[in-house]
Write a new protein. Structure first.
Length: 393
């Protein structure tokens, strides 16, 4: 795929796991279209512009529902981002005296709210180890006890790109009657996620990563058969519905969507999902492209760069490649690459437990995360820069 918009040719962006860039032109056009021609607040008024804004939001819910295998689009709750959605799910399900299970490969978006609840004495917490960065589903079952009120697992690691076997974890949680929360920040739009097939109760997604929407977008998808009233809202306030009552509405999505939505961002998110559907092969095609680039990079790096070490799979299904080079700090590599026009991320990636698990704490790794607009030529340029830093092959 040729790049139709974005940075100059000598500006190489390998930080798509943080935020995808460039965005498809359709995303920018959708956002500008809302702000230019509609601009109104959805659900707050009866005039045509407000109705038009509501139509944009509904179409976005429908696009998300279709992507994740939901029948009812009203079960897509828009949030600030995946972190916000995870806090809604985790804090909303937590009850005094409860117990939570998570893994040692989680992002701080999961670990920090769980740790805070543990510090407050609300929850006890079990962190299941993941040797090799991939979870053994039976370890989740062993960790579940009578008081377990939630299991939280990422679908794809933002450090190694490893996919967890959620299709095996979901049935375990269903059998034990424990809600499964899946952090799909790194997998939505890149790896297929079917909530029904996998037995996922709550799925948090980021709009600005693999879905190619803008920052400030994301949401929580609630399974069609999950009792959403088990989740206590994080926020209360105006929703545009039940204006005659001082009580929070008890129906979806209004129960969890207080305040004005980011309609411009949601318009861009819907356009991003439509763009994914038009990409050759859709989600699977995007995943295959990212896997191909990850394999190309790791195989060539192993041949060209002295002391190169990949931490994770050489063929990451999400295009995430974390690596180190013997004798060089990740921070120094990241800075030197930036000087050469290669944008990546070095350090701990907001996932200290994951780095402890793979043995790269406290310095972390250099992370290249490829997007569909990247090319093998860009990878070659980065490889040559790394080869020079490492002192030749």
């Amino acid at each position: 795929m040729t790049r139709e918009s974005g940075p100059p040719a000598d500006d190489i962006y390998f930080d798509n796991a943080a935020t995808s860039f460039p965005k498809p032109p359709e995303v920018i056009e959708a956002m500008a279209g809302y702000m230019t021609y509609i601009g109104a607040n959805p659900g707050r008024s009866g005039h045509s512009k407000s109705v038009g804004a509501g139509k944009i939001v509904l179409e976005a819910r429908e696009a998300c529902a279709g992507l994740f295998g939901l029948d009812n689009p009203m079960r897509v709750v828009f949030c600030l981002n995946a972190t916000d959605a995870l806090n809604l799910a985790i804090q909303g399900l937590a009850r005094p005296g409860g117990h939570a299970v998570t893994t040692s490969m989680e992002h701080n978006s999961v670990i920090r709210p769980l740790r805070e609840l543990q510090k407050r004495g609300i929850l006890s917490l079990t962190v299941v180890g993941t040797p090799g960065a991939v979870l053994d589903p039976s370890d989740i079952e062993k960790a579940i006890v009578d008081t377990t009120c939630l299991v939280a697992v990422n679908h794809a690691s933002n450090v190694t790109g490893a996919l967890q076997p959620i299709e095996e974890i979901g049935p375990i949680c269903r059998r034990r009657g424990v809600p499964l929360i899946v952090d799909a920040a790194q997998s939505a739009g890149i790896a297929p996620v079917d909530m029904k097939r996998c037995g996922i109760d709550l799925l948090a997604f980021a709009g600005h990563k693999g879905l190619y929407g803008p920052t400030g977008t994301g949401g929580l998808a609630i399974a069609d058969d999950f009792d959403y009233r088990r989740i206590t809202p994080l926020r209360y306030g105006g929703t545009g519905s039940r204006s005659d009552s001082i009580e929070q509405p008890d129906f979806l999505p209004d129960r969890f969507e207080s305040g004005t939505l980011n309609v411009a961002g949601i318009a861009g998110l819907a356009a991003g999902i439509r763009w994914i559907g038009e990409y050759p092969g859709g989600v699977a095609g995007i995943g295959a492209r990212k896997t191909s680039m990850a394999r190309y990079f790791t195989e060539r790096a192993g041949e060209m760069i002295r002391g190169f070490r990949i931490h994770g799979s050489a063929a990451s299904a999400t295009g995430v490649c974390s690596f180190t080079i013997d004798g060089l700090s990740p921070a120094a590599i990241g800075g030197a690459l930036d000087d050469r026009g290669v944008r990546c991320r070095a350090g701990l990636h907001c996932a200290p437990l994951a780095h402890r698990t793979i043995g790269t704490f406290p310095v972390g790794t250099v992370r290249f995360s490829f997007g569909v607009y990247n090319t093998e030529g860009e990878i070659d340029a980065a490889l040559e820069a790394l080869r020079e830093m490492a002192g030749g092959s």
